[in-house]
Design a protein around this ligand. Sequence first.
Ligand SMILES: [Zn+2]
Length: 493
Amino acid sequence: MAKYQEQELRIYNSLSGKKEKFIPINEGHVGMYVCGPTVYSNVHLGNCRTFMSFDMIFRYLKHLDYKVRYVRNITDAGHLEDDADEGEDKIAKKARLEQIEPMEVVQRYTVDFHNILQKFNFLPPSIEPTATGHIIEQIEIIKEILENGYAYEINGSVYFDVVKFNETHEYGKLSGRKLEDMISNTRELTAQDEKRNPQDFALWKKAEPQHIMRWPSPWGDGFPGWHLECTAMSTKYLGETFDIHGGGMDLKFPHHECEIAQSEASHGNSPVKYWLHANMLTMNGKKMAKSTGNNILPNEIFSGENDILSKPFAPSVVRFFMMQAHYTSILDLSNEALLASEKGYHRLMDALSLIDGLTSSNTSGIDMPAWRQKCYDAMNDDFNTPVLIAVLFEGVKFINLIKEGKAQVSETDLKILSETMNQFVFDVLGLESTTQLTASSDKLGGVVALLIQLRNEARANKDFATSDKIRDELADMGIQLMDGKEGTTFSIT
Ligand SMILES: [Zn+2]
């Protein structure tokens, strides 16, 4: 029997505003789409939190024995600086500033994105399609929307007619907005505007002569609007209607609202059964933003090279920290919060390292199946990881009681304890056991200690090429050096 048949998963659906029983369209299978990054800069920690929430959801669905097709795209064209279809393409702008090809920008930051996600122990999605790889599919959808009368062409651009669409459909149903309110709150169109209404959005934009990312279309050379790629790729790989669509809260409007409109206007079906939105990460109580300096990159946390934190933190500690909040709640990052998480993480790992050495008895003083069900109940309640972690700490308590001879469990119960702890900590939460080695603990530790010493000497001689080389090549092997107040330590992931 598959685990999903024994558990009742309930998910908060942003579309209905309610927790609903999860019933996939095809029994045993789940199709899930998550809006991926626009690859024009290093991935932010806030974005990492969003993707990590969906990685955890992907992991739990797999744990429940669902066959999951998880599609997370890469936006490598069409994302303009301004949501109102104005401004430069984010990638083209970066390419111009750095005097490199747009695809070099895309390559560089796609590699960075993957590296960071790998450090955080993400599972790769089933398909990771790119916008530029699906131009033909996007053009086909525009043709359908035009044929159905919900779009218009003007000067080589095509716009979605929101007002026309809203006559027969409900634009704004996901974000809870009414078109009339949006209209009364927006500026009047000026004579230069091509749009019929300010709410209309671009499906295809004509490329000006200087625009380098361009493709031929029935309307002339141009590029697709940002909202369109997700409709094209989700429909292609998951079908006209699929189970789960996820993304950050900030994408609900206009991006996801436009995705719904595009699907309904092209093939007539609502695209998604369950809409899930992950909340944001703040730092020291304030919104994270590059412009204010209230910002930190993942690598700056791992290496300790920043002014905000007192020491470096391993990726698994940061992951554990993020899992301690529900994915729909705002989470605040601070030095204190990370220090507390690090303590909790080590307590969990220490207990896990004791499990194999525990001995069973003939009787059982703990109702282990009931405790295991509490782990499932937590996750079945809209992936409630903070409650799950509290239940796992009950498991830590059991482990310590058994170790000290203060509680007895049967062989079967001990097996349940061990299996459940390992499955939820490693498979579902996606934590890794980071082994902190001291220099004397084994030969590898000795070798790394020697390299740390050579790196310190190089740094003292201002030979930063050598010191960086030692750090980076060790990092490539999965050995993370962390510079702190008491010298350099390392972790092996
Ligand atoms: Zn999207």
